[in-house]
Design a protein. Sequence first.
Length: 351
Amino acid sequence: MDTPHLQRTPNTGHAAAACLLGIEQAGGPGPTPLLAMRELIASLQQDPASKDQFWLIDDRAGGDPATTAISAWPLWFSEHAREDERPLFYLTRSRTSAHLSMLAAQTAERGIFLNDIESSPSRWAKGAHPWLPLWLATNRRCLPFDPACAEEARVIVGGALREFYQEGRPGFCYLTLHDAPGESLDCAREQAWLGMYRVSGPASGTAQVRLLGAGRMLEEVRAAAVQLKRGWDIDSEVWSCPSYTRLARDAASVRRWNRNPRNLPRRAHLHDCLAGSQAPVIAVTGYAEFVAAQLAEHVEAPFTSLGADSLAPGQRLERNWIAYSALQALVEQGTLATADLSEALRRYGLS
């Protein structure tokens, strides 16, 4: 069967605008990204202005068929659907790249995919088969995000509605959703959609180390910053990075653009955030290390990436290891003495 071709029309943009207004008028997001998205979609379904302006597919086991406004199949067979695209929310539990690729093909690689896998028991990091984050990072049709909190998830969905359905960006957006409650963030909307924003910095002076975190790992990153201050009097700058992949793609695109001497130079969002300092950067992800390591070639300061596969088998990446890695980077830079590493191993029980 051929892949369907969905036609974007002025009605597509109007429908996205109705959804965006519904998001703005909805109450505060739920305590977790997963609950926030469930509540948001329920709110859009109940709002007379938006309830008929989007498509919804829920292929999760146990999903309520009564809330499913459309399945994938009408996109194949309905001429009306093909000729007048609407924003598509696709709720799924896709653990493998093969399954997600099949779903994307069914929807003409369009939609906002909300993947509810991280809260389910799994032997894989973040509930995803190791090939899934690789597929997300290398598939240029996919713009992947790993929101840390409910507000980030809502901001990202709003950005996707604007960029994919109002501005006509090709491809689809992907969010992995966790259900772990955590501290809410004062989310910088535009910067979060671009891939990163600053969460906190030193009360005064300059940060000695910069800590980047995505998804649930941001909580551990913030805790590591507290440990570094209390235990070592080291000031940290903490950044939330909902999309390492978007940051890396943007930086690579800007680099290619700037190679042409006839082009006016541009700056990538990553460079706007991290330029002007040689303080070591520690980038942390709950996926395999390569996801955060995408930034390495674009960061001029000393750079360390940490992920689920960065430690020995049986060791879990958490705040103690993040703090130790920051100390290690400072030792390599000559800011701390080597003896401090031995003390850190003893203090954190890592030896």
